[in-house]
Design a protein around this ligand. Structure first.
Ligand SMILES: CC(C)(COP(=O)(O)OP(=O)(O)OC[C@H]1O[C@@H](n2cnc3c(N)ncnc32)[C@H](O)[C@@H]1OP(=O)(O)O)[C@@H](O)C(=O)NCCC(=O)NCCS
Length: 161
């Protein structure tokens, strides 16, 4: 498979079930990577998923291979009223599609869109120290560790200017 087989797409809110499916898969398969818990997210009403996709301060991107959603990542703007940061969340690629550059494609597309926001100057994320692959991905994309949040979580940032 080549990179060209992967499409980075947005989902229309009517396709919220595809978003729900990959998000639940990520929490089921990689519970250690995320703060959200599968059981909590499972019980969210249908409207929650639609609202997330429609939120003007959020940008959800998905990787599609042969019509299947195999990965996702999102950026959140104006989080905690901080206007100059784009916060990256929810990075996940299905295990059978890893190490093909899909994570890099998702993050590149998010950062390209973040740069279009006139006030956004920094991309920021939190990653558990145990998530070595994720940390390597972020480092390969120019993020560096700028601090710690608690015992096990690293804060990483990249300038967008
Ligand atoms: C982190 C994650 C999203 C990365 O997804 P991915 O699609 O495998 O990422 P990429 O392929 O873009 O890059 C990952 C590695 O593959 C390498 N790679 C990229 N293109 C490649 C290619 N064509 N062939 C071989 N390797 C390649 C990258 O250089 C990188 O290698 P490295 O770890 O040795 O530095 C994925 O591992 C994942 O879902 N992990 C579990 C969830 C998680 O930890 N999320 C982070 C929460 S903060």
């Amino acid at each position: 498979m080549t990179d060209t087989d992967t499409k980075i797409i947005k989902l229309d809110s009517k396709d919220w079930q595809k978003y729900k499916e990959i998000r639940l898969e990520s929490l089921r398969m990689e519970p250690q990577a995320f703060n959200s818990k599968y059981a909590e997210i499972l019980n969210k009403p249908d409207q929650y998923w639609m609202d997330e996709l429609l939120d003007p301060d959020k940008l959800y991107l998905f990787a599609e291979v042969e019509g299947e959603i195999v990965g996702t990542m999102n950026a959140s703007f104006n989080e905690n009223n901080i206007k100059n940061e784009a916060v990256i969340h929810g990075a996940y690629v299905n295990i059978t599609h890893r190490r093909k550059g899909i994570g890099q494609q998702l993050l590149t597309a998010l950062l390209d869109e973040a740069k279009l926001h006139p006030v956004v100057k920094i991309a920021k994320l939190w990653v558990k120290g145990s998530q070595i692959k994720a940390r390597k991905l972020y480092e390969s994309m120019g993020f560096s560790v700028t601090g710690k949040d608690g015992e096990n979580t690293l804060v990483m940032e990249k300038s967008l200017v």
